[in-house]
Design a protein around this ligand. Structure first.
Ligand SMILES: C[S@@+](CC[C@H](N)C(=O)[O-])C[C@H]1O[C@@H](n2cnc3c(N)ncnc32)[C@H](O)[C@@H]1O
Length: 225
């Protein structure tokens, strides 16, 4: 294991999680996926109608599978091979693909997928807070370099005020609670114009946990950076 990375940030942690407890991980799509899907399929939205979605940190594939079930072509990426195994369920349509890949190594996969689709979106739920600051920086730089003008980013992450709240999955996950405003500023600095953002509760309720989250849709705009 890379000694600069703690066990909780390492793929072994997530491999153990998905191997041991995958029955406990939610299988139904998240509230954020339903929201994002509605935006992606709206024909007259400013981002145009999306035909392909790249999901970073797709976990067991529950959100990507929703997108695929609605006809969108999907590339789900996750560093955990156990998670990717759960994504590759029987009966997956040919337009849904899942790859074991760390975000920082996804450049070629993103470039190829973006070339093959006319309107591509990037989606990441509960991912930005699950990676280090350095990995976030690499991810934003990769998206800045590879996404075409007008491509939207859909992000949902835990914010600082969520740090002290009770967690269904306990304190063992690596969580880098994010300052919502500062996160939006980093996204803008990477050349993405925020067209929607909100911070609050009620967006990611799961059993007795109602996480405090930030959400945004940000569109690639080369004139910004
Ligand atoms: C909190 S889970 C979220 C899973 C899913 N998006 C959901 O909302 O159910 C974070 C996921 O990110 C993955 N992950 C963590 N660091 C990663 C990295 N650097 N590159 C790719 N995937 C990573 C983990 O394996 C895990 O599946």
């Amino acid at each position: 294991m890379d000694s600069s990375v703690s066990y909780r940030e390492h793929p072994s942690y997530w491999n153990d999680f998905y191997q041991r407890g995958h029955a406990a991980a939610p299988r139904l799509p998240s509230q954020f996926a339903a929201f994002a899907l509605g935006e992606m399929l709206t024909p007259d939205s400013p981002m145009g109608q999306i035909d392909g979605v790249i999901e970073f940190g797709c976990g067991n594939g529950r959100d990507s599978q929703l997108f695929a079930a609605h006809g969108l072509s999907v590339l789900g990426l996750d560093e955990s091979i156990e998670a990717i195994g759960l994504c590759r369920v029987a009966g997956l349509p040919a337009h849904a693909r899942f790859e074991c890949c760390a975000a920082r190594q996804a450049r070629e996969a993103v470039e190829v997928f973006a070339e093959q689709h006319s309107r591509v979106a990037v989606y990441a739920r509960f991912f930005l807070h699950a990676i280090s600051e350095e990995d976030e920086h690499s991810l934003l730089a990769l998206l800045q370099a590879t996404l075409p003008e007008g491509a939207p980013l859909f992000l949902e992450y835990r914010t600082t005020a969520d740090a002290d709240q009770h967690k269904i999955f306990g304190e063992s996950h690596y969580r880098r609670y994010l300052d919502h405003r500062a996160t939006l500023a980093r996204i803008a600095a990477a050349g993405f114009a925020t067209v929607y953002e909100i911070e609050g509760r009620g967006f990611a309720k799961y059993r007795e946990e109602d996480a405090l989250v930030g959400r945004c849709i940000a569109i690639r705009n080369a004139s910004l950076a």
